[in-house]
Design a protein around this ligand. Structure first.
Ligand SMILES: [Zn+2]
Length: 49
């Protein structure tokens, strides 16, 4: 499950994936019971060099 920074922070106690764990990026899969999904793009980790 991928979570953007905003929703990842609300999952205290778990270890959500972050950009640092996604070499190719992804989309936030956080959703509500009414099938709304965040879908926010999670950017891939950019090389620091
Ligand atoms: Zn999100």
């Amino acid at each position: 499950m991928l979570l953007c920074r905003e929703h990842g922070e609300s999952w205290a106690g778990l270890t959500p994936l972050t950009a640092g764990d996604l070499p190719y990026g992804g989309f936030c899969s956080w959703g509500t019971s009414d099938m709304h999904v965040c879908g926010r793009a999670i950017p891939a980790k950019k090389p620091s060099q």
